[in-house]
Write a protein that binds this ligand. Structure first.
Ligand SMILES: Nc1nc2c(ncn2[C@@H]2O[C@H](COP(=O)(O)OP(=O)(O)OP(=O)(O)O)[C@@H](O)[C@H]2O)c(=O)[nH]1
Ligand SMILES: [Mg+2]
Ligand SMILES: [Zn+2]
Ligand SMILES: [Zn+2]
Length: 242
């Protein structure tokens, strides 16, 4: 997968040249990401990059979030998948503006893709823009897409050892959400304490919360955290108020 998209970590068969190409690619991406973030700041938008492995529940969480948002918080969504318009359609059905990016073979979003998506997404009146990244616990961590915050979902169906196995994405998260908690009784061997310890080892006091899109448990705490982050960003002069 990563051989195709060029975002793989240097491994067997890597030449010095491929490392240089990769570094240039990331530097170019970082420049575009800073430009995208300036768009968000000018429009008063807090951008949240939502990441997880495939199927951990990103879109379901967004659906539950839209239903639970306080009425004065206006949101929009950019959806990233290899193929299909499905996730954007799920969001639009909830009455929220959504733009789908289809990446073809690339296993992550990059800043240029997000910049292109903004053509179809007027930001005026939007407070929070959710960018649902391509389901992948590795590559999205390397690509700044202009977001202010990184949120990583770990669903209980994936096992409590995933933070130890995929440390980079968890280490850099502003919030780790342990998702699908309604399934805990059926999974049986997901050790919440172990998962929390693993995340804490990677990022100290960083916030961890539990959520179920199915039952709504934890969703109010999540939307409360979002409102808090928006207020903080605006106080810092980012995501200026309208
Ligand atoms: N029981 C339960 N199922 C959930 C929950 N959240 C999501 N699911 C189910 O998990 C499956 C995948 O959910 P999605 O929301 O599509 O996951 P995703 O992370 O957006 O998937 P990709 O975009 O394909 O990576 C669906 O069948 C959902 O109904 C939850 O909180 N509890
Ligand atoms: Mg999805
Ligand atoms: Zn990749
Ligand atoms: Zn621009």
């Amino acid at each position: 997968m990563c051989d195709t998209c060029g975002c793989g970590t240097p491994g067997a068969g890597t030449t010095e040249r491929t490392i240089v190409v990769r570094e240039n690619l990331l530097a170019a991406n970082d420049r575009i990401a800073a430009h995208v973030r300036a768009h968000f700041d000018a429009a008063g938008v807090l951008a949240v990059n939502l990441m997880s492995s495939p199927g951990a529940g990103k879109t379901s969480l967004l659906e539950a979030t839209i239903a639970a948002l306080p009425p004065d918080l206006r949101v929009a969504v950019i959806e990233g998948d290899l193929e299909t318009e499905n996730d954007a359609e799920r969001i639009r059905r909830r009455g929220v503006k959504a733009v789908q990016i289809t990446t073809g073979v690339a296993c992550h979003l990059d800043a240029a893709m997000v910049h292109d998506a903004l053509d179809a997404l007027p930001l005026d009146g939007v407070d929070i823009l959710f960018i649902e990244n391509v389901g992948n616990l590795v590559c999205p961590a390397d690509f700044d897409i202009g977001q202010h915050l990184d949120v990583v979902l770990l669903s209980v169906t994936e096992g409590d050892d995933k933070p130890e196995k995929y440390p980079v994405i968890f280490r850099n998260a502003d919030l780790v959400l342990i998702a699908k908690t309604d399934l805990l009784p059926y999974i049986g061997d997901f050790d919440m304490a172990r998962a929390r310890r693993a995340v804490a080892r990677l990022r100290g006091e960083g916030r961890i919360a539990e959520v179920s899109a199915r039952t709504g448990a934890g969703v109010a705490a999540w939307t409360g955290w979002l409102a808090e982050q928006l207020a903080k960003a605006r106080a810092r002069g980012e995501a200026h108020a309208h």
